[in-house]
Write a new protein. Structure first.
Length: 206
């Protein structure tokens, strides 16, 4: 158990974080960049959120009538989100499972919404993550994400693990057409100039 509690790839590591309220990545409200982006969506979408945590974005998007699938392998986070959804009378599909074990959802999502999950997984899993997001999306589906920290060297360790932006975008481009990738004035102050907002469309099979 001790080993698991110090291993970021273990659910218990994150369970302890939530129990101790050691959740510095949690901004306590819906992400401003996503709130602004979501205003452009004209109809309900199936949206999957990896590492959904306390679920601020999941709750917000559910309130906007989207069909939200919130994935987190921390039972503490999942139970917290379930309670908040119930209190607000919202229907959210909460999934307490490893993101890399979601084969039942392949090809069913319109949008993958990414923030603070990509930087929390071991960098050795990043290509696998990119492939999984592509498999989860419908043809032409969108990957909408905020990638960070772009000013931290991967060798410094984590989480959060640093991101070599050029290398990561190149990896994504094997599976996605990059529609947008730029810094945003809506980034929260502590992360300003250390993250980029990306929108990518899953490449259609030839």
């Amino acid at each position: 158990m001790k080993e698991e509690s110090t291993n970021p790839q273990s659910p218990n590591f994150w369970n302890q974080k939530y129990k101790n309220n050691d959740i510095g990545w949690d901004i306590g409200s819906p992400t401003p960049i996503f709130v602004n982006w979501s205003k452009k969506i004209s109809r309900s979408k199936k949206i999957l959120i990896p590492g959904s945590g306390n679920g601020h974005d999941a709750l917000y998007l559910s309130q906007k009538n989207h069909d939200v699938y919130a994935v987190d392998f921390s039972i503490e986070a999942t139970n917290h989100l379930k309670k908040r959804a119930k209190d607000l009378n919202l229907q959210i599909n909460t999934i307490c499972d490893d993101f890399f074990k979601l084969k039942d959802y392949y090809g069913k999502m319109d949008i993958i919404l990414e923030y603070t999950f990509f930087c929390a997984i071991n960098p050795s899993l990043r290509l696998k993550y990119i492939m999984e997001t592509s498999k989860l999306l419908k043809e032409g589906g969108l990957f909408v994400g905020i990638i960070l920290p772009i000013n931290k060297d991967v060798k410094e360790g984590g989480p959060p693990y640093g991101v070599d932006l050029d290398k990561i975008i190149k990896s994504f481009s094997d599976y996605y057409d990059i529609l947008e990738c730029e810094k945003s004035e809506l980034s929260i102050k502590p992360r300003m100039n250390n993250e980029v907002f990306t929108i990518m469309r899953k490449k259609c099979k030839k």
